[in-house]
Design a protein around this ligand. Structure first.
Ligand code: SAH
Ligand code: DHB
Ligand code: MG
Length: 243
């Protein structure tokens, strides 16, 4: 009875299998969309790192936003705007999405991708390090946002969570991408020298803040798929007794 899984995994290894299953799911449940497909092609052509959410993850983000009835969304880490487009699809007429990106070259491409997908009027892209643009949003009285997707540099997730709380209201949903990293979050001494920041320490501190913050109730889920083994955290903001 288990011969299929044993044989296939033995031949191809887990990543090939995860990718094949993502393809199966995506072929059946995630219809092609000209705006989304064009964004991925443009990202590839421009040599952006292939780190956008997968199509089935993007659709999960859209569905979460729709389940919640989100009218205002904040995203940290735009890259080429692929996840931005997924989230923007969830918004009703009059909805707004603000997305923050540090790298001007990525932001320029994202603007084109978002406009081509039909969301140029709905999405506001702010260029700059999010730890600089988040205080500006607070100072302007932006928010509260209904849903906040944290997906920028992982070392700064603790600060992003604190700023997100300032831009939240009871009922705000906060989602954090990349909170498992192949299980590396188990290692408190892990450090990625290629980045010059402390990715794992940042993600671990993010978990600790989620655990300690009385206003949020949170969980995290491990995922496998086309982008390997990683995970999402999901938190809902409540009052001081949310847990
Ligand atoms: N959400 C995107 C992927 C984001 S990848 C998608 O799924 O399609 C992470 C992004 O965060 C990169 O584009 C990177 O340039 C950006 N980033 C890195 N450091 C940042 C910072 N300090 N402030 C804002 N964005 C940052
Ligand atoms: C990286 C960033 C992401 O947001 C992601 O989903 C995967 C990888 C990265 O910076 O390597
Ligand atoms: Mg990510």
């Amino acid at each position: 009875m288990t011969a299929v899984s044993d044989a296939t995994e033995g031949e191809t290894g887990p990543q090939e299998r995860w990718t094949a299953v993502d393809r199966y799911i995506t072929d059946l449940l995630v219809p092609e969309d000209p705006g989304l497909d064009a964004a991925l092609r443009a990202n590839d052509a421009a040599g952006l790192p292939p780190i956008a959410v997968t199509p089935n993850q993007g659709k999960l983000l859209e569905l979460i936003a729709r389940v919640q009835g989100a009218r205002t969304i904040l995203e940290l880490g735009t890259l080429g705007g692929y996840s931005t487009i997924w989230l923007a699809r969830a918004l009703p007429a009059g909805g707004r999405l603000v997305t923050l990106e540090a790298e001007p070259r990525y932001a320029e491409l994202a603007r084109a991708n978002i406009a081509r997908a039909g969301f140029g009027e709905i999405v506001e892209l702010r260029v700059g390090p999010a730890l600089a643009t988040l205080p500006e949003l607070v100072a302007e009285g932006a928010g509260p946002f209904d849903l906040i997707f944290i997906d920028a540099d992982k070392g700064n997730y603790p600060g992003y969570f604190e700023w997100s709380l300032k831009l939240s209201r009871p009922g705000t949903v906060i989602i954090g991408d990349n909170v498992v990293r192949d299980g590396a979050i188990l290692d408190p001494d892990a450090y990625d020298p290629a980045r010059g920041d402390a990715v794992i320490q940042g993600v671990r501190r993010f978990y600790e803040l989620l655990a300690a913050e009385p206003r949020v109730s949170a969980t995290a889920i491990q995922t496998v798929g086309g982008k390997g083994y990683d995970g999402f955290a999901l938190a809902i903001v409540g009052d001081a007794t949310a847990r």
